[in-house]
Write a protein that binds this ligand. Structure first.
Ligand SMILES: [Mg+2]
Length: 279
């Protein structure tokens, strides 16, 4: 086998909304018993990581399919966890355009008083004119204040996915467009914490003890976050799956400045068999 580690996306790759993708449960079981190091790498920003694990359990991914942790490290790494670390390390107090569930469960200990940055995640209940305008005004103030204007970045995004496959199996708007509105109107460039950020991929590999990125491969349904992100971070390969947000032609490289997946397969089930038996 060529690879030592596999990073796997969650939403759109092993489940859609609250349903497991057909074959995904068996595929995950095979992966964890294969001897490969496995880590789920997710850009979710609508629910907390605790809720996420509960949801996976309800879909049939029980402890024997996706263990909560292996050798003391969590099997799921979320952009939310990485964001919390980033906020704490940089003394940031966010004005939050993220769902309340996240603030309560995952950002406890992070002060939101007297904000010195704006944080954006997927927040269907917060993307109103009033709240976006408040974020806009705060960013303009931070930019023009000589004491804070040089401190960057003011605009932090958990990720900037443009769309995702919703629980009704239709595509829905992600946070990406809302981040673009704030960037365009304020001139602030967003710092992206989750996929496709290289630092997020580097943290994932380091948590697995992988020192050469070429020893790892990524599997996911997002040609930018999963395919381009992984290859930009130096991973040995990336498999695009035709589930979730995949639309025909995604593998052409048109959306990714020519970056193309190593291979495009129908589903996680095919991807796992390809990795375990075809190399
Ligand atoms: Mg996905």
């Amino acid at each position: 086998m060529m690879y030592k580690a596999i990073l796997v996306d969650l939403s759109g790759t092993i489940h859609i909304g609250k349903e497991a993708i057909p074959g995904a449960i068996q595929a995950c079981r095979k992966l964890f018993s294969s001897g490969l190091k496995v880590l789920f790498l997710t850009n979710t920003s609508k629910v907390s990581s605790t809720s996420l694990l509960h949801q996976l359990r309800d879909m049939g991914f029980d402890e024997s399919v996706i263990p909560k942790s292996i050798d003391g490290r969590s099997t799921i790494m979320t952009s939310v966890g990485a964001t919390r670390e980033y906020l704490v390390q940089n003394g940031l107090r966010p004005y939050c355009l993220v769902e309340d569930d996240l603030i309560e469960k995952d950002f406890h200990g992070v002060s939101t008083e007297d904000p010195n940055c704006v944080l954006v995640g997927l927040a269907p209940n917060k993307f109103t004119y009033e709240k976006l305008n408040e974020a806009y005004r705060l960013l303009m103030k931070m930019k023009s204040n000589p004491e804070t204007s040089s401190e960057s970045p003011h605009l932090i995004a958990i990720h900037r996915g443009m769309h995702y496959k919703d629980s009704d199996h239709e595509l829905s708007l992600g946070p990406g467009g809302f981040i673009s509105i704030l960037e365009q109107t304020t001139g602030c460039k967003a710092h992206i914490v989750g996929k496709p950020s290289r630092t997020f991929y580097a943290a994932a590999l380091s948590s697995l003890g992988i020192t050469n990125p070429k020893d790892a491969i990524m599997v996911g349904d997002d040609v930018i976050g999963d395919v381009r992100g992984a290859l930009d971070a130096g991973l040995g390969g990336s498999i695009l799956v035709k589930t979730g947000k995949y639309v025909v032609g995604d593998e052409s490289g048109e959306k990714t400045e020519g970056v193309q997946p190593t291979i495009t397969l129908d589903s996680i089930s095919e991807a796992v068999d390809y990795l375990l038996y075809n190399q």
